[in-house]
Design a protein around this ligand. Structure first.
Ligand code: 2AM
Ligand code: CA
Length: 292
C-alpha cells in the first residue's frame, strides 16, 4: 500500500506510482545511454535529426508502454507526442484538462547534448494528480544518479534526502540557465538577463538539460536556475524535486509554479527574491524597448 498524502485519492493497491516511475526511468536511461556510442556511425547514413528523433521516440514508447502496463487508465503526455512549436504544450495540457492522473514525460531532456556526446542529459518523468505534480523523477544515466521526489515526503538522491544549498546572497551563488531556441523572444531576453545577473553571482553554468539543472538545485549543487520558454515536460519533475528539497519555484514574475508555466525560476529560497528582482527589471526594460 502506498500513500502520498492523507488524501485517499493518492492511495493505490499494490502498485507504487513512484516505484513505477523509478523503474521506467532507469530502463529508458540505460537504453538511451547504449545509443550514445552508436550514434556517430549511424549519422553517416541518415539525417542527424532523424536519428535523434528515433532515439527520443523509442525511449518515449518504452516509457509509455511500461507506465500504461501498470496504470492503463492514466493519461500520458510526452514531448514526442506533441507537434513542435512555442507554447504547444499549453494546448496539449488543455486536451488533458479532464485527466485525473497525467504522466508528463521528456524521454531525453538535453537532446543536443545526446547528439554531441556531451554527457549531460536526463530522463524526466512526472505524475500529476488534478494538475498538481505528486511524483517527480529525473534520471541521469551517465552518472547513474536517480533524483526522486514525492509530494509531502521529501526528495532523495540514491536513498539520501536532498536539501537545497544555504547561500543567502547572489554574490555567493552558483546559478544556471539555458539558451532557449526561440530567437524572437526567449533567447534575446535571456541574454540580457544573463548580462545583468552574471557579474553579481559567484558564477553561471549552462549545461543543456533543464530537468537536470533543477535536480542539481534540489541537491544543493546549484543555488538556483532560471530559463525562459520551457515546456511542461522539461520542468514538471524537477520543480517537485526543488520544492521537496526546501527550495522555491515560481514563474519569472513570482507567481506560484503550475503546469502551464514556461518561464521558470527555481532557487534555494534565500536568493529567490534577488533573482526575481533582477529578471523583472530586465524583462520590463526589454518590453519597453521592443514596443518603442
Ligand atoms: P530538450 O532537450 O528536451 O529539447 C536547454 O536550454 C533546455 O531547453 C533543455 O531542457 C531542452 O530540452 C529545452 N528545449 C530545447 N528546445 C526547446 C524548445 N523548442 N521549447 C522548449 N524547450 C526546449
Ligand atoms: Ca526532449
Amino acid at each position: 500500500m502506498t500513500s502520498l498524502s492523507n488524501n485517499d485519492a493518492y492511495t493505490v493497491g499494490s502498485k507504487s506510482f513512484t516505484a513505477v516511475a523509478i523503474n521506467t526511468a532507469a530502463k529508458a536511461g540505460e537504453w538511451i545511454k547504449s545509443k550514445v556510442g552508436g550514434y556517430n556511425k549511424l549519422r553517416q547514413k541518415s539525417v542527424a535529426n532523424d536519428l535523434v528523433t528515433e532515439v527520443d521516440k523509442g525511449a518515449e514508447a518504452l516509457i509509455r508502454n511500461l507506465i500504461q502496463t501498470h496504470f492503463p487508465h492514466h493519461a500520458f503526455l510526452g514531448e514526442e507526442g506533441v507537434t513542435p512549436g512555442p507554447g504547444a504544450f499549453v494546448k496539449a495540457l488543455d486536451n488533458h484538462k479532464d485527466s485525473e492522473y497525467l504522466w508528463i514525460v521528456d524521454p531525453i531532456d538535453g537532446t543536443t547534448n545526446f547528439v554531441h556526446g556531451y554527457p549531460y542529459f536526463s530522463v524526466s518523468i512526472a505524475l500529476a494528480y488534478k494538475h498538481e505534480v505528486i511524483v517527480g523523477v529525473v534520471y541521469d544515466p551517465v552518472q547513474d544518479e536517480m533524483f526522486v521526489a514525492e509530494k509531502g515526503k521529501g526528495a532523495y538522491l540514491t536513498g539520501r534526502r536532498m536539501e537545497v544549498s544555504a547561500e543567502e546572497k547572489l554574490a555567493d551563488s552558483l546559478l544556471a540557465t539555458g539558451f532557449p531556441t526561440d530567437r524572437s523572444r526567449a533567447l534575446p531576453l535571456n541574454m540580457r538577463c544573463l548580462q545583468r545577473i552574471a557579474p553579481q553571482t559567484r558564477n553561471i553554468r549552462s549545461s543543456g538539460s533543464a530537468a537536470l539543472h533543477l535536480a542539481y538545485v534540489a541537491a544543493g549543487r546549484l543555488s538556483g536556475f532560471w530559463e525562459y520558454g520551457l515546456s511542461v515536460w522539461d520542468q514538471a519533475a524537477g520543480t517537485l524535486l526543488v520544492k521537496e528539497s526546501g527550495g522555491t519555484v515560481t514563474d519569472t514574475k513570482g507567481a506560484a509554479y503550475g503546469l502551464t508555466v514556461s518561464d521558470v525560476v527555481a532557487t534555494n529560497g534565500h536568493i529567490h527574491d534577488s533573482v526575481l528582482n533582477e529578471l523583472m527589471q530586465e524583462e520590463a526594460a526589454f518590453h519597453t524597448e521592443i514596443q518603442n
